[in-house]
Design a protein. Structure first.
Ligand code: SF4
Length: 338
């Protein structure tokens, strides 16, 4: 049913791709508290991927194609689609250009048939500009300022809780539900960091359930969220040049902290093809890792053509190599003790 002001709740769609893996809880909670009926496109599926790949620009990165597919999946089910324009989420940094253009991409996907709700969040312009953007968003649903503020406070609280659960070792789905069915890190002998953008780590379809597979191979997984923030920050301060992109800072900080402090036995850096920011961070991390005599690092570049067989073979070979290395270290220690 199409929305008629004042007669029914507006049905707002949230595409389950890209930054949904970071802010989905925040957006959903805020819109619901304002009285909207929220419909999410759900987890990525083969048909979502195929429709995104067939319609999006060919040179887009995999997550943008997937996002396109999520928008198409919502197109005929909702009154409007929520696609905020996140310009900067931390002072002095920017998001990648492809993320900046998401509302325009969504408009092209729905061919202007339904509105795209696209508040602009830009930390370069100061907090006040962001408050105003959020307030204007709230005004689309209610004229009661108290309701908007309450919705914002509630949503922010739930968002913080979601992020906190990720730091404790829950994966995205468990963190959303607030249920610790299984933790990624349970004190197993071999520990691997899986680092990358949230959508490159937590989307079970595009990552071919990498986190679950590692768990079933008896491996503990450490994500960037689980690496203490202070450690990540210290690593960034050591770099000769500041990293310009917000989320790449988190990725580089986590990889370098894992390397320097030997937090893990190996690192898998999940990259989507063709991601410019990730390829620069990859070179930087590989160089630093080498300089520090760090831990084995496997950069896995995925796109829509990545086959499950080849992907799994690389993971298994990497895990085998780490077990062998670990065994050698144990034998060396035992020999020294004798
Ligand atoms: S950061 Fe990389 S993977 Fe993410 S949207 Fe930008 S280009 Fe795509």
């Amino acid at each position: 049913m199409r929305y008629v002001w004042g007669w029914s709740a507006m049905i707002v769609g949230i595409p389950g791709g890209l930054l949904y893996y970071r802010y989905g809880k925040l957006w959903n909670s805020f819109l619901q508290a304002l009285g909207a009926e929220v419909v999410e496109s759900g987890e990525t599926t083969r048909s979502i991927l195929n429709s995104g790949v067939s319609k999006a620009e060919n040179e887009s990165c995999l997550p943008v194609k997937v996002f396109y597919g999520h928008v198409l999946a919502l197109r005929d089910k909702v009154d409007a689609i929520f696609v905020p324009r996140l310009v900067s989420v931390r002072k002095g940094t920017h998001t990648c250009p492809k993320m900046l253009g998401l509302p325009d991409l969504a408009r092209a996907a729905v061919e202007d048939r339904i509105p795209i709700i696209a508040p602009t969040i830009n930390f370069q312009e100061g907090m006040w500009a962001n408050y105003k953007a959020v307030y204007s968003l709230g005004r689309l649903f209610t004229h009661n300022p108290v309701r908007i503020i309450r919705a914002g406070v509630k949503a922010w609280r739930e968002h913080r809780l979601y992020l906190e659960r990720l730091t404790l070792g829950l994966d995205h789905r468990s963190a959303l539900r607030g249920e610790a069915e299984s933790l990624l890190c349970e004190g197993r002998e071999l520990r691997i960091a899986v680092i990358g953008h949230h959508y490159n780590v937590y989307d079970t379809f595009t990552t071919m359930s990498l986190l679950d597979r590692l768990s079933s191979m008896g491996v503990d997984v450490v994500t960037a969220d689980m690496v203490p923030e202070e450690m990540r920050r210290q690593e960034l301060k050591r770099l000769p040049k500041e990293i310009y992109w917000s989320y790449e800072q988190e990725i580089a900080g986590a990889i370098l902290a894992c390397t320097r402090h030997r937090l893990v036995d190996g690192i898998i850096f999940m990259i989507s093809f063709p991601c410019g920011p990730d390829s620069i961070v990859r070179v930087l991390c590989e160089q630093e890792n080498k300089r520090l005599g760090g831990v084995p690092l496997l950069a896995l570049v995925i796109d829509e053509h990545t086959g499950e067989g080849g992907f799994l073979t690389r993971i298994e070979a990497f895990v085998d190599m780490l077990w062998r290395k670990k065994g050698e270290r144990v034998r060396e220690r035992e020999a020294v003790a004798v």
